[in-house]
Write a protein that binds this ligand. Structure first.
Ligand code: SAM
Length: 261
């Protein structure tokens, strides 16, 4: 233990371990704020006017009801993690606006945001696998999700249209802003006529690549059959269903984007 940690009687350590022990309150509060549409209620087309918990409640429940005290607890917790800013004039009510992080949860003109990504990570089916993470160390032959649900996540998703839909929306919300900045600086597509995106989900990455580089004649969006079956039609893009571990369509170049932490 460092000297200064000894001098404060271990207070920092005790606080740190308690914060870690209660960490689940952070993603769960974030999920709650999204489910209650709090970011959109504050944003109001760009106003982002600081509002009290009861003012927010009136916007999310126009016909009344709800508990402003509990909403305020969620807002305060997320304020300490940089999602909201708290405004308080001396002796006045606490009011909340969105920080830059909070703004990423606001639904844009295309219906996208990072909110579906947060929700997708905290669906019941995924949450129920987390308590078995230690078993992945003891026995790595079966992943926790398979132990709980009897099959891997993507085949499970394939049988649940609402989970597949949320996954596609989550990927669009994350990938559109990401690809905007990638395409600003990357010019590695020169000479490519036919491009296949492996695991391309709804096809947003290909749509953006083809818009930026019209010399690419054909984009092939390759993903699981259940995923491409619901993908929107995109000019110049063919959706192709299959399993990448068996074979992938031929092309001049393969594009593959995954999310790392
Ligand atoms: C993390 S998402 C990435 C989506 C997209 N590339 C993006 O960045 O927005 C992984 C994608 O791989 C797809 N996938 C998973 N297993 C696959 C398989 N065996 N064959 C083809 N696609 C698969 C999933 O359906 C999902 O759309």
């Amino acid at each position: 233990m460092e000297d200064n940690e000894c001098r404060d009687g271990g207070k920092k350590v005790r606080l740190a371990i308690m914060e870690l022990a209660n960490m689940i309150s952070v993603p769960m509060s974030l999920t709650a704020a999204i489910r209650l549409h709090v970011p959109d209620a504050i944003w109001q087309g760009g106003a982002n006017t600081p509002l009290s918990a009861s003012q927010i409640l009136t916007r999310i429940l126009p016909s009344g009801g709800g508990d402003a005290e509990n909403l305020q607890r969620i807002l305060r917790l997320l304020t300490s993690y940089g999602v909201f800013s708290e405004h308080r004039e001396f002796g006045g009510e606490r009011k909340y606006s969105l920080t830059e992080i909070g703004k990423s949860l606001v639904t844009d003109a295309e219906g996208l945001s990072y909110a579906p990504y947060v929700l997708q990570h905290h669906q019941d089916a995924l949450m129920s696998a987390w308590p078995l993470v230690h078993e992945a160390v003891l026995d790595p032959t079966i992943e926790p999700f398979v132990k709980v649900h009897g099959e891997p996540a993507y085949s499970y998703y394939g049988k649940k249209p609402e989970m597949n839909g949320l996954m596609r929306k989550a990927m669009s919300g994350v990938s559109v802003p990401f690809m905007t900045s990638v395409l600003d600086g990357y010019d590695g597509f020169k000479g490519v006529k036919r491009l296949v995106d492996v695991g391309g989900s709804a096809g947003d990455c290909l749509r953006m690549i083809l818009q930026k580089h019209p010399f690419i004649c054909e984009g092939v969006n390759f993903d699981l059959p259940e995923v491409v079956a619901e993908a929107p039609s995109i000019p110049g893009v063919t959706h192709f269903g299959g399993d990448m571990f068996k074979s992938i369509p031929a092309a001049d170049a393969i594009f593959m984007k995954v999310h790392h932490f």
